[in-house]
Every structure is written in C-alpha cells, then in structure tokens.
Write a protein that binds this ligand. Structure first.
Ligand SMILES: Cc1ncc(COP(=O)(O)O)c(C=O)c1O
Length: 354
C-alpha cells in the first residue's frame, strides 16, 4: 500500500511556476524577474562569505536582524514588526499556518496570483473569488465586506497589473476588523506610490503588507521576502516561523542590495518607461491591455496560445495561463531594451506566419 498523503494534499492541484528554459539563448519574459543583475555591492558582499566571522558552519541570524533593521529604516517601519522570509511565497505560507483553520474562507479577486488559492486548499480552506469588472478592472462592491477569515489582494494585482488606490485599500481594511487583510506588494517598486499600504499596516490591527526582493530589487535567486505588520499579528507569525528560514548568503546579498537603492531605482525607472513603449507597440499590433503598474503587461488578442508556442520556438518565453479568464492573453515581463527589441522582432515574425 502506498503511503497516503494528507487528505488536502491528495486532491491538491499543485502550483506550477513559470517554466525554466533548458539550454541557453532564451529571452526569459515569463516570471517577472528583474532583467538587471543586482549591483556589484551584492557580488562583493557575497565574496566575503568564508572570511572572518562569515563562515557557513554557523547558523544564520534567525531574525535576519541586520537586514530587517536596514530595510525598516528605508521604509520607515518598526524593525521588530517585520518578518523576513525565504521569498514572499514562504511568508504567504506562514500566514496560512498562523491564521487559517480548516474550513475557513479565503477571499481573493479574480484573476489574481494563483498561489493564494493553492495555499488555501493545502490548509483545508475554501476560496471565494470575486471577479474584477471586465470594463474597468475595479473590484466588485461585494469584495470589500466579503465574509472570510483572510483576504489577500496583491497591489498591483497580476497578471493584469492593476493598482488600487489607498482609499480602496482602506475601505477593504476597515470593512471587517476581524478579517485578516494581506496586501501583497510584490510589484510596488514599479508603481507611483512605493510606500504602498505600509501606513495602513501601522494603523489597522488586521492589516499585513508583504514585499519581495525578487522583482524591484533584482534578487529572485536570493529568495528574500518581508512581512510588515503590527505586534499582535507579529506574535502569531513569529510562532510559526522556521528558526533559520533565511540562509546567511541571502541575508548578506539582500543587505548589500539595500546599499545600492538609488541604482536599483534607476533600473526600475527604465523598466517602467519601457513598459509604456512596449504597451504602445503591442497596441499597434492589435493587442489590448489593462493598464499595468507592474514589470509586465497582459496582452490580449492574436491567438495567444499559438503565439506563446511560436515565440517559444524563437527562444522567447512568455507566460500563457490556460484558464477561462486568461487563455486569450499573454503575460509579458518587461526585460532590457535589447531583450524587448528582440521580442518585438520575433513577435512580428510569428504574427506574419499566422
Ligand atoms: C503577487 C506575487 N506575490 C508573490 C510572489 C512571489 O514572490 P517571491 O519570489 O518573493 O516568493 C509573486 C511572484 O511572481 C507574485 O507575483
């Protein structure tokens, strides 16, 4: 008899991350990574590993104190109410471990980041999805006061990249004080309001803000995420955190990345400017797009699955989601200027052959 998995795991549809290409020469526009490498300060700091006091035979700091203090100063938040995670995906899992009980309801927008629903299923929770307006992508009225234990809204919300204003976020936070509201700010560094909802996390006991270094800080490979919250939420999160959840190399890399914040902002500015140009070029080719505030656009039209397939043959990877709401579009990460030039060139070849 095979060993029987947990009853929720046996029926779980596992989350499928974006494809990692085999072989070289691919232009990778499918997982919303930052196309620019981290600053030289990161490489330099990593080269110190193995030198005085930086050996890997000792465990890392369980709380990543140096890193969270530095980050707290930059975002003007209390460092003792920040948890550092092995990417924000780990933080999201901790949220379910700390706050979800079997039978609880998760409230999400539709479409949104798929992992939330996967996590809910793993913990025996059901998910209620609230479809965005197909006209202007606003959240439906019922979303604000939706019944549920946890509500998660990424802001900007992939794959469209819609960013909701602080008034909207505050309405959600205030509607039900007993409901945990998580604003996932993975893409906040590409918006006009990089402070995001941090002040709501300071003012509302039920609000948590999550961040990642995978997008706006060029450290997807370093796996660094943050959760910012009030002390009461922190206490529960701290109880479920693995002792040494963030390895020493990632702590060192992320801390060094913070020393080059200005250079990183310049890179992100380039991505934002290119996002507008690419959107314009795609519109000229007949695509339609919601207004994105992330480092990606979601382009509808022109037989998306076939385009996805043909672009891949040309070694350009974009993301195609085979779900009813999304299968007529492609999510395209904004790369470097040169990568996007090649993308458009290959796109035109594909369009001409269809
Ligand atoms: C909305 C959102 N949240 C979280 C993540 C995961 O980020 P991390 O790399 O920090 O785990 C992603 C990754 O694409 C995302 O799109």
């Amino acid at each position: 008899m095979p060993v029987c998995p947990n009853k929720y795991v046996s029926s779980l549809v596992a989350y499928v991350p974006g494809e990692q290409p085999r072989g070289s020469g691919f232009i990778k526009l499918n997982t919303n990574e930052n196309p620019y490498p981290p600053s030289p300060s990161v490489t330099k700091a990593l080269s110190e590993i193995g030198k005085d006091g930086m050996h890997l035979n000792k465990y890392p700091d369980p709380w990543a104190n140096e890193l969270r203090k530095k980050y707290a100063e930059i975002i003007n938040f209390s460092d003792t109410s920040i948890i550092v995670g092995n990417g924000s995906d780990e933080i999201l899992r901790m949220i379910f471990e700390a706050f979800a009980t079997e039978g609880d309801t998760l409230v999400v927008a539709d479409p949104t980041y798929v992992l939330y629903e996967t996590l809910a299923s793993m913990f025996g929770c059901k998910t209620v999805r609230y479809p965005l307006s197909t006209e202007d992508f606003t959240l439906p009225e019922a979303f604000y006061g939706a019944e549920g234990k946890i509500l998660i809204l990424p802001n900007p919300n992939p794959p469209y990249g819609i960013c909701y204003g602080l008034e909207t976020l505050e309405r959600i936070a205030a509607a039900k004080p007993e409901r945990l509201v998580v604003f996932d700010e993975a893409y906040i560094d590409f918006t006009e309001n990089p402070r995001g909802a941090l002040d709501l996390a300071l003012r509302y006991d039920n609000v948590m803000v999550t961040r990642t270094f995978s997008k706006g800080w060029s450290l997807a490979g370093g796996r660094i995420g943050f959760a910012c919250m009030n002390p009461a939420l922190f206490e529960s999160m701290a109880k479920v955190k693995d002792s040494y959840n963030v390895n020493k190399m990632s702590q060192v890399a992320a801390s060094a990345a913070l020393d080059s914040a200005e250079a990183q902002r310049e890179n992100n500015g380039r991505i934002v400017a290119l996002r507008s140009e690419i959107a314009e070029q795609l519109r000229k080719r007949g695509f339609t797009m919601p207004p994105s505030n992330g480092n990606f656009v979601f382009a509808r039209g022109n037989n998306a699955p076939e385009l996805y397939r043909q672009l891949k043959e040309h070694k350009v990877l974009v993301r195609w989601f085979d779900t009813p709401l999304l299968r007529d579009g492609l999510r395209i990460t904004i790369g470097t200027t040169e990568e996007m030039r090649v993308f458009l060139e290959k796109l035109d070849l594909c369009l001409a052959s269809m």
